[in-house]
Design a binder for this molecule. Structure first.
Ligand code: RUB
Length: 318
């Protein structure tokens, strides 16, 4: 039996994730689940086995796009583990329903964790952000909805400047924004009450994997006595780290750091562009999830509760 090729929209979603047109851990997860639903809707085969294989091929294509945000495999796992049925129509319905359910849960988790994070913020607070995180923004937006007056210092987040997206969204939410270059962060920490960041993955030891620059910011925040929280719904928990695996840090193109012409002018140099880093748990005050807030060191308890002792890889099956 040869599995059909993934449907064209699945290739388009995979390409958009790889090129960061679709980006941010939660958004990647949502679009990956939606792409599996599209694959299920568009697959025209007679046998249940061929149907299952075609959805798994689509999942593999999506899985291979970016390595660090565990929300992507967690989304694929959620949908594939609910693919059930003895005939093609039942299988199709199960995949579409699971994807819809996953997307609904994402929205609810974001709202719920936003309320928890907002409770950590007081009226009149200034927060510093790094990168663009929908979960981090949910906390600030919920605080504003609670009637608190919040202002923000937004790091631009080189090389992709996701801080610009954060600045725009906060401004739309009525939050006064000061945009700074990344290297100005320590200088401005004296003027902020909280640092709020997101996460792409959270390891079993409480280490937070997020956009490059988060760990330096966290160390500086600790030195300045500014509390720092990670807003991360539980699809950011990395179940494989329970069994000793480490999280792969994505290395991106050197041209995101320096244009070819400028590089040629400099001469022979090495350029590296890691997209994420790991903040050790001792530099993070709290991980805020839809199940409440946790000290980073205790997140392993929640991880075990939600994922058991490990994680299957259903997309790897033929
Ligand atoms: C985005 C990033 C975000 C997390 C969390 O990196 O590091 O902080 O993904 O985002 P990139 P969210 O731009 O390289 O994808 O809270 O929206 O899931």
């Amino acid at each position: 039996m040869t599995a059909p090729e993934p449907a064209a929209p699945v290739h388009e979603t995979a390409e958009a994730i790889a090129t960061m047109e679709i980006r941010g851990a939660a958004t990647i997860a949502r679009e990956a689940a939606a792409a599996l639903a599209t694959q299920a809707r568009e697959t025209e085969v007679d046998s249940p086995d061929a149907f299952r294989a075609s959805v798994r091929v689509a999942a593999r294509t999506l899985h291979e796009t970016r390595p660090t945000a565990v929300s992507l495999p967690n989304a694929l796992r959620y949908v594939l583990q609910r693919m059930e049925g003895r005939d093609v129509e039942t299988l199709r319905r199960s995949v579409v329903d699971a994807a819809d359910e996953f997307i609904d849960q994402l929205e609810r988790a974001r709202t719920d964790l936003g309320r928890v994070g907002a409770n950590r913020l007081a009226d009149g607070d200034t927060v510093m952000t790094h990168c663009h995180s929908t979960d981090a923004l949910a906390c600030i937006e919920a605080a504003v909805e609670q009637g608190k007056s919040i202002s923000a210092v937004v790091k631009e987040t080189r090389p992709r400047n996701q801080g610009h997206i954060t600045a725009e969204q906060l401004r739309d939410a009525g939050v006064p924004v000061t945009l700074i270059v990344d290297s100005a962060a320590r200088r401005y920490l004296d003027e902020v009450d909280h640092v709020v960041v997101g996460a792409d993955s959270i390891a079993a030891d409480g280490g937070v994997i997020n956009k490059i620059g988060t760990s330096g910011l966290a160390v500086n925040a600790r030195e300045r006595g500014v509390p720092i929280m990670t807003a991360a719904q539980t699809i950011k928990l990395h179940p494989e780290t329970l069994t000793g695996h480490t999280v792969e840090i994505e290395m991106r193109s050197e041209t995101e750091v320096i244009a070819d012409a400028a590089r040629d002018d400099i001469g022979e140099i090495t350029v590296e562009n890691p997209a994420f880093d790991v903040t050790p748990p001792r530099y993070m005050d709290a991980i805020v999830t839809e199940h409440g807030q946790f000290p980073p060191e205790s997140i392993v308890t929640l991880m075990r509760e939600l994922f058991g002792e490990g994680a299957a890889e259903p997309w790897a099956e033929p």
